[in-house]
Ligand binder design. Structure first.
Ligand code: HEM
Length: 401
């Protein structure tokens, strides 16, 4: 599909003076031309950018679109981007996707995740106690927002947290758009090899954890050992980058909107509602989701042709004024915040969302209850936002209390 001279380059970076708002290009296009061509890889690809909530939901819910990055014209953000192994099933259509996802659905059922809540509360307490013994300024990312989801996912999977430097580095390479394709593939393979050793070790020493149960499914012939390892690698990666960045960005948002904090602290229902609004407002998956049309489909007032690439901008769809009143305001009591698309929609909708919700619902109120004087130790313009990673966030966040 040739780029047209009028297609603007696909820019996902946030404005320096409004780092928590979506890319100004996406916001502009939603108002002017809600489905329009953008150009990628110096104009060699020209996918559609979908910016309205209704159209985003339609595309994500439609079986006429594939997530397979190996299709010609698939709108990979990184040139030469490879598809991961089957265990990284987000990049596969059914039936592979369904087979892989089914091996994990029981693990993420709300009831099972609710049973983890006391452990999440305990880890939150430990980290906050340790952090508050330090004298500030302290890096909130290093001491709290990154270790918390990392510890939780290790506990769930049965991965030793002592290895966190290794798997956090590999995850950082995978999410970084500036990583060379072979470097990203190497990080995926490295995580897969690390997890394969662990899956095999679980046979000798079983635990009450996801890796042990994946090893059992491999024994039954449902998946291979390598699938079990790659599924573990995918969860390890997906499970901490996203939630870690949500914790850090939510903290910044709340500190910038202190009038909202009493609502957050008003009990479990209010904490749950607050988390939905923060997910909507921040939409940390900020490059957009990528699909390729398998047949001709009408989206809004354009016909997307079979083979066309499509990028769905979640961050700007979640600020659509046709769905959310005053969408650029943070309103923790917003009645319809839960309609957000921050976890995607359709068959690929986030598998880990009950866990992400539980973590955020526990961590955020506890943080502000324990450290009511929490503040950012640098001027707003000095906060180091990560523009080049597929999950938006901050590199570090110096705080005091
Ligand atoms: C706030 C935190 C999170 C956000 C914003 C988030 C966002 C998303 C989004 C937007 C998708 C859809 C991708 C697509 O349609 O192409 C997705 C898929 C997925 N997420 Fe999450 N996620 C979060 C946390 C987690 C956690 C904690 C886990 C696991 C422990 C997880 C595991 C997954 C998996 C396995 C998929 C692939 C689902 C599929 O293709 O069927 N996520 N996530």
């Amino acid at each position: 599909m040739p780029a047209t001279p009028s297609s603007p380059a696909y820019v996902f970076t946030h404005a320096k003076d409004a780092p928590l708002d979506p890319s100004p290009l996406h916001t502009h296009l939603r108002a002017e031309q809600p489905i329009s061509r953008v150009s990628l890889h110096n104009g060699r690809l020209s996918p559609w950018l979908v910016t309205r909530w209704e159209d985003a939901r339609m595309v994500l819910g439609s079986p006429a679109f594939s997530t397979d990055l190996t299709l010609p014209n698939a709108p990979a953000i990184r040139e030469g981007q490879l598809r991961g192994p089957r265990g990284f099933f987000q990049g596969y259509d059914d039936p592979v996707h369904a087979t892989m996802r089914r091996t994990l659905t029981r693990e993420f059922m709300v009831k099972r995740i609710n049973a983890l809540r006391p452990a999440v509360a305990g880890l939150t307490d430990q980290l906050l106690t340790a952090m508050s013994k330090l004298s500030g300024p302290v890096d909130f990312v290093e001491h709290f927002s990154l270790p918390l989801p990392s510890l939780v996912i290790c506990e769930l999977l049965g991965v030793p947290y002592e290895d966190h430097a290794f798997f956090q580095e590999q995850s950082g390479i995978i999410v970084n758009v500036e990583s060379a394709p072979e470097e990203a593939a190497g990080a995926i393979a490295g995580l897969g090899a690390y997890l394969l050793d662990l899956v095999r070790a679980k046979r000798a020493t079983p635990g009450d954890d996801v890796l042990t149960r994946l090893a059992a499914q491999a024994d039954e012939g449902i998946i291979s050992d390598q699938d079990a390892a790659d599924l573990g690698a995918f969860l390890l990666f997906a499970g901490h980058e996203t939630t870690a960045n949500m914790i850090a960005l939510s903290t910044i948002t709340l500190l910038q909107n202190p009038d909202q904090i009493p609502y957050l602290l008003g009990g479990p229902d209010q904490a749950a509602a607050s988390v939905e609004e923060l997910l909507r407002y921040l939409s940390v998956v900020h490059f957009g989701l990528r699909r390729t049309a398998l047949e001709d489909v009408a989206v809004g007032d354009v016909t997307v042709r079979a083979g066309d690439g499509v990028i769905i901008s979640l961050s700007v769809a979640n600020r659509d004024p046709d769905v959310f009143t005053d969408p650029d305001d943070v309103d923790l009591a917003r009645a319809n915040a839960r309609q957000h698309l921050a976890f995607g929609y359709g068959i690929h909708q986030c598998l880990g969302q009950p866990l992400a919700r539980a973590e955020l619902q526990i961590v955020l109120p506890e943080l502000f209850r324990r450290l009511p004087e929490l503040g950012i130790a640098v001027p707003p313009e000095e906060i180091a936002f990560k523009q080049e990673t597929s999950v938006y966030g901050v590199r570090e966040l110096p705080v005091t209390w």
